[in-house]
Every structure is written in structure tokens, then in C-alpha cells.
Design a protein around this ligand. Structure first.
Ligand code: PSU
Ligand code: MN
Length: 306
């Protein structure tokens, strides 16, 4: 491994050295995506789920300007409870380190850091993407361009339904990001099972997803991410009428309060969690735990291939 200024927990270090399965986890979900006090409990559950499915969790975050992969419970607690945790995309990492900040990494920065360390698989809830007003605001998540240049498997329940899903799919295609449904050819819509868009490809098992990663690596043109879209079963999705109503409210709050930049996503998700009286939170947690389980299975299957 190259000399990177990323501190690894002992567990993550030995798993990587032994080429055992490791799953990267982001910390923005914990600090900015999920409400307190549930967020800390959920962060621990995500890690446990990765372990239960045969991999070592590597939650990535910054403490006092130092990047870590593999957080101990005290660090997890700090990112979950401190008021001063900055949401860190890739462009923020250097300046945040020089400012001795505490920070939480997004899909973009987590995948970039994980890939730099040789971690092959990353689990999140839903990707960032093109926002609905992007034609005016140009608001497109840095997740997309980062995934275009980061070779890693990302397990997600599609993109957040707060986004323009069709535009996001077009951008993923343009950017060369691989996209495959897990046991489906319907693209999931995060809180809802089916976003209304279809997919070109599906894999039927964790082994097949691992084979796709392996094949990409062997082809020598593996510069971008492979997104494995893992939908919730319909019986577990958020009620679609409730979803549509709360989303419309959330979007008008964003407009009314002129929310912009990196606040948009946390404000919309926060509105969901309060306006659905915790129903969207339950759904969000199931999404993340299911993705963590599948990611661990893919990482384990990949380790067997290698
Ligand atoms: N998915 C969730 N909750 C979240 C996010 C994604 O279920 O909090 C976070 C991720 O860290 C993602 C970020 O990278 O939102 C996207 O933010 P933006 O739209 O500002 O790029
Ligand atoms: Mn944005």
C-alpha cells in the first residue's frame, strides 16, 4: 500500500493486508443524513451488519484533521453527536485537514478514499445526483463526477427520490459509471422500490456482482465505479402517496428558504424524517442495512475469486 495519510484501525489494516473482505462506509449518513439520537445506534448497526455478512467495516471520517478508515466507538460517537462536524466532499478534504476539522465523508469522498486504499466495495443509502432544479441551479452532486473516476463497487438503493432521477441516469451513462440492478431491471427510487426507470443490466447474486468487478479489472479499462442498485421489497417501501406529498412540501421549503449548496440534501432528508413521523427514517435504516449486507456479501465473493 502507498504511504497515505489515512489512519487505519488495526482491524482494517490487517484485513487489507490479508486481502480479506472489507466494506467502506460513509459518515455523512451518520452526521447529516440521519436524525439524532438514533444516528449513533444506526451507525453501530450498519457496522454489525457488515460483520454478520462476512466483511470488516471501514467507516471513513475525519477527526482533528486526520482521516480515519475504521472508527472506534468514541470516534463514531463524536461524528454522530458533535455540532461541529463538516460535510466533506472530495474538494474539502485537504483544507479540512489543514483546519484540523472534524468531518464526515460523502459518497464522493468516501469512495475516493476507499479506492485509494484498495477497498473494493462501499455501501451507502442512496447516491447523490442531479437535483430537480438543476437546469437553473446547476446543482448536481459531486458524487457523480467522482464515481466517474473511482474504481469501486457502490451498493445503493438507487438515487435519492428527492432528485431528478431521469437526468441522473443520463449523467451516469455519460460519465461511464456502470449500473446494474440487484435481482431486478427496475431502477430503485431510494424510499420507493421502483423509480419508474428501467435498467439495461441485472445481476442475480453477490457472486455475479463480484465477477463483474473482477472482469472490469481484468479488462484494463476499469476507471469508474460500478453501482449495484439494490431496491427495497415493495412491502417495505414508504407509502408512495405519503412520499409524494412530503417530497413536494420539502421541495417548496428548499425554494422558500433559498437553501443551496451542500445544505439541500440534509434539509430535504430532515424534512422527510420529521414530516413522516419517523416512517421515512425506518425505511432509510432498512435501506442502509440491506445495502451493508449485500456489500459485505459482494466483498466476500470477490475475495474468493481473487
Ligand atoms: N444517502 C442517504 N443519506 C445521506 C446521503 C446519501 O441516505 O445523507 C448523503 C451522502 O453522503 C451523499 C450526499 O454523498 O448525501 C450527497 O449530498 P449532495 O447532494 O450535497 O452532493
Ligand atoms: Mn449539491
Amino acid at each position: 500500500m502507498p504511504e497515505l495519510s489515512i489512519r487505519l484501525s488495526d482491524e482494517v489494516r490487517s484485513a487489507l493486508a490479508a486481502k480479506q473482505p472489507v466494506v467502506a462506509l460513509e459518515s455523512t449518513i451518520i452526521s447529516h443524513g440521519l436524525p439524532r439520537p438514533d444516528n449513533l445506534r444506526i451507525a453501530r448497526e450498519i457496522e454489525q451488519t457488515v460483520r454478520d455478512n462476512g466483511a470488516v467495516p471501514a467507516t471513513i471520517g475525519m477527526l482533528d484533521g486526520q482521516l480515519w478508515a475504521g472508527l472506534d466507538d468514541e470516534a463514531l460517537k463524536r461524528l454522530a453527536t458533535s455540532e461541529d462536524v463538516v460535510k466533506l466532499s472530495v474538494r474539502d478534504l485537504g483544507i479540512a485537514a489543514a483546519s484540523s476539522a472534524d468531518g464526515a465523508t460523502t459518497v464522493a469522498s468516501t469512495s475516493a478514499i476507499a479506492a485509494a486504499m484498495g477497498i473494493k466495495v462501499f455501501a451507502t443509502g442512496g447516491l447523490g445526483g442531479v437535483h430537480r432544479e438543476a437546469a437553473q441551479t446547476f446543482d448536481e452532486s459531486a458524487d457523480l463526477v467522482t464515481l466517474a473516476q473511482t474504481p469501486i463497487v457502490v451498493v445503493s438503493a438507487g438515487v435519492k427520490s428527492i432528485l431528478d432521477v431521469g437526468a441522473t441516469l443520463e449523467r451516469l451513462e455519460t460519465l461511464g459509471v456502470g449500473l446494474v440492478g440487484y435481482q431486478t431491471k427496475r431502477f430503485p427510487g431510494f424510499f420507493i422500490t421502483d423509480s419508474g426507470f428501467s435498467l439495461d443490466w441485472q445481476v442475480d447474486s453477490a457472486e455475479q456482482a463480484a465477477q463483474a468487478l473482477k472482469a472490469q479489472e481484468q479488462q484494463g479499462v476499469h476507471h469508474a465505479a460500478l453501482v449495484v442498485a439494490n431496491p427495497l421489497p415493495e412491502s417495505e417501501q414508504l407509502d408512495t402517496a405519503l412520499h409524494d406529498r412530503v417530497l413536494a412540501e420539502g421541495l417548496s421549503i428548499v425554494e422558500r428558504d433559498r437553501v443551496s449548496g451542500k445544505q439541500v440534501t440534509p434539509v430535504l432528508l430532515g424534512h422527510f424524517h420529521s414530516a413522516t413521523e419517523g416512517k421515512s427514517l425506518e425505511v432509510n435504516v432498512r435501506i442502509i442495512l440491506r445495502n451493508a449486507a449485500l456489500a459485505a456479501q459482494i466483498a466476500a465473493a470477490y475475495a474468493k475469486l481473487a
